[in-house]
Design a protein around this ligand. Structure first.
Ligand SMILES: NC(=O)c1ccc[n+]([C@@H]2O[C@H](COP(=O)([O-])OP(=O)(O)OC[C@H]3O[C@@H](n4cnc5c(N)ncnc54)[C@H](OP(=O)(O)O)[C@@H]3O)[C@@H](O)[C@H]2O)c1
Length: 179
C-alpha cells in the first residue's frame, strides 16, 4: 500500500473541499501512477471528483460511515478494518491511498512508501493539511527528481520510504487460513 499526493510548501493539500490547484502535469502523473490499480478515497474526496465520476481504468473504493452511500462505479467500505481486509487480498503495489487528509493520516502507518509532488508555492487559507514526512523519524527520503519547471507551478517529486511499516493483521490471517 502506498499514497500519492501533492502538497504545497506547508504540506497543505486542499481548501474548501477542492485541491489547492489543478496542476495539469500532476494530474497526468497521478493517472499514470494509478492506472489499473485499486484507489481508496474518503467520502469528501469522492465528492470533489468532477461529476463524482469514478476514475476510469481503476477499481474505485470510497470509505464512509454512511451505510446508505451508493454511487455508480464505486465500491463502498465503512471501516479501517474493512479497508485492511480488502488490501490484504491485493498486491501492495496495486493498492493506492488517494486522499484526502483524513485518509492519508489514517493509513500512512500501513504504507511502505509515499509519492509526493512538492509544489513550490504557498496557498492561502488551506483547510486540509497532512503530516510533513521530513518530521517523522521512520520515514526517509529515498529519491527526488530535482526541480521540474512547469508553466503553472514549478514542483519536485519525492519518494519517501517507511522504515517501520505497520503490519496489516489481515495479511497474517489470510495466510493462516490458507495453510
Ligand atoms: N492534493 C492532493 O493530492 C489531494 C488528494 C485528495 C484529496 N485532496 C483534498 O483533501 C480534502 C479532503 O480531505 P478530508 O480529510 O477533508 O476528507 P477525506 O479524507 O477525503 O474524507 C473524509 C471522510 O472519509 C470518511 N472516513 C474517514 N475515516 C473513516 C473511518 N475510519 N471509517 C469510515 N469512514 C471514514 C468519512 O466520511 P463520512 O463523513 O461520509 O462518514 C469522512 O468524513 C479536499 O480538499 C480534497 O481536495 C487533495
Amino acid at each position: 500500500m502506498f499514497y500519492i499526493v501533492n502538497v504545497d510548501r506547508n504540506w497543505a493539500i486542499g481548501a474548501a473541499g477542492d485541491m489547492l490547484v489543478h496542476l495539469k502535469s500532476d494530474l497526468k502523473f497521478f493517472k499514470e501512477q494509478t492506472m489499473g490499480k485499486t484507489v481508496l478515497m474518503g467520502r469528501k474526496t469522492y465528492q470533489s471528483l468532477p461529476g463524482q465520476q469514478a476514475l476510469p481504468g481503476r477499481r474505485n473504493i470510497v470509505l464512509t460511515r454512511n451505510k446508505d452511500f451508493a454511487a455508480d462505479g464505486f465500491e463502498t467500505v465503512h471501516s479501517v478494518d474493512q479497508v485492511l481486509a480488502l488490501a490484504a487480498t491485493i498486491d501492495p503495489d496495486d493498492f493506492v491511498i488517494m486522499g484526502g487528509a483524513n485518509i492519508y493520516e489514517t493509513f500512512r502507518p500501513y504504507c511502505d512508501h509515499a509519492i509526493i509532488t512538492k509544489i513550490h508555492a504557498t496557498f492561502a487559507d488551506p483547510d486540509a493539511l497532512i503530516t510533513n514526512l521530513d518530521h517523522l523519524e521512520e520515514w526517509e527520503m529515498e529519491w527526488r527528481s530535482g526541480l521540474i519547471h512547469d508553466p503553472q507551478y514549478d514542483h519536485e517529486r519525492v519518494i519517501y520510504r517507511n522504515r517501520q511499516v505497520k503490519p496489516n493483521p489481515f495479511v497474517k490471517r489470510l495466510k493462516q487460513s490458507q495453510e
